[in-house]
Structures are given as structure tokens and as C-alpha cells.
Design a binder for this molecule. Structure first.
Ligand code: FES
Length: 129
């Protein structure tokens, strides 16, 4: 089934520092209100549902603090599951090989945009015309 709707602005591109703090946002996904986040890694923006594959908890205890101390992996603060920032794949800890749910984003005109999908949209989106 084809994607519907328009992309929505999550934040300004300049707000995302490479391997720095992420920005949290909320999506409606499969009929549920779901926390999500976007980070920048090696120059590109990557967004995920903020739900650890281990226990379905949000990754960040400190809001926006998703990277480990080395800026190499996304880290779940609860039990230390680690994920590859560019793919969301489990790379260590109790995620047991299960990854994060990736969301489609792109950057355009200085904005980070969430691509619309059949089952997902930004809550209170600023639709791009
Ligand atoms: S809830 Fe994330 S590692 Fe356990």
C-alpha cells in the first residue's frame, strides 16, 4: 500500500548535533500514541520509535540522551542494550538481536522531516506544502 499524507517537520536540521543529544517527538502509529526520537550520526538524521527491544521502555532516562559515552551506539539507560545509530540493529546487551523500529526521515531546506506512512504520522504535524 502506498504512503499517504505529507511529510511533517520534526525539528530544524541545525538542532541535531552529530552524535549529540537527540530530539524527542510523538507519533501516532498503528492507532497508538508512541514516543519517538531523532539523532544525527555521521552527518545523517535517523529516527526511531523510542522503545527498547528488551522491555519496551524508552531508551533515555535523561531526555534526549541516547548515545553512549563514545558517541558510537544508541544506549538504553535501563539495562544497557546497545543499538547501531544508522540502522537501529542490536549490537550488544539484552536486546537479544532485536532492533529498534526505524522511522523514515529526510532533510530538506534546513528541516528534518518525518515521511508519512500508512500507519504512522506525527502528532500535531507542521505539514510541508
Ligand atoms: S529495557 Fe532496555 S535494555 Fe532492558
Amino acid at each position: 500500500m502506498a504512503a499517504t499524507g505529507k511529510p511533517s517537520i520534526i525539528c530544524r536540521s541545525r538542532e541535531l548535533v552529530d552524535r549529540g543529544r537527540g530530539i524527542r517527538f510523538t507519533v501516532r502509529r498503528r492507532g497508538e500514541t508512541t514516543p519517538a526520537f531523532v539523532v544525527r550520526f555521521d552527518g545523517a538524521a535517523h529516527a526511531y520509535v523510542n522503545r527498547c527491544a528488551h522491555r519496551s521502555l524508552e531508551l533515555d532516562w535523561i531526555e534526549g540522551d541516547f548515545f553512549d559515552a563514545f558517541g558510537e551506539h544508541l544506549l538504553c539507560a535501563t539495562h544497557g542494550a546497545r543499538y547501531a545509530p544508522a540502522s537501529g540493529a542490536c549490537v550488544g546487551g539484552p536486546c537479544g538481536g532485536a532492533g529498534l523500529v526505524k522511522l523514515a526521515v529526510r532533510e530538506e531546506n534546513g528541516d528534518v522531516l518525518l515521511e508519512p506512512g500508512d500507519d504512522i504520522h506525527l502528532i500535531d504535524p507542521e505539514a510541508v506544502t
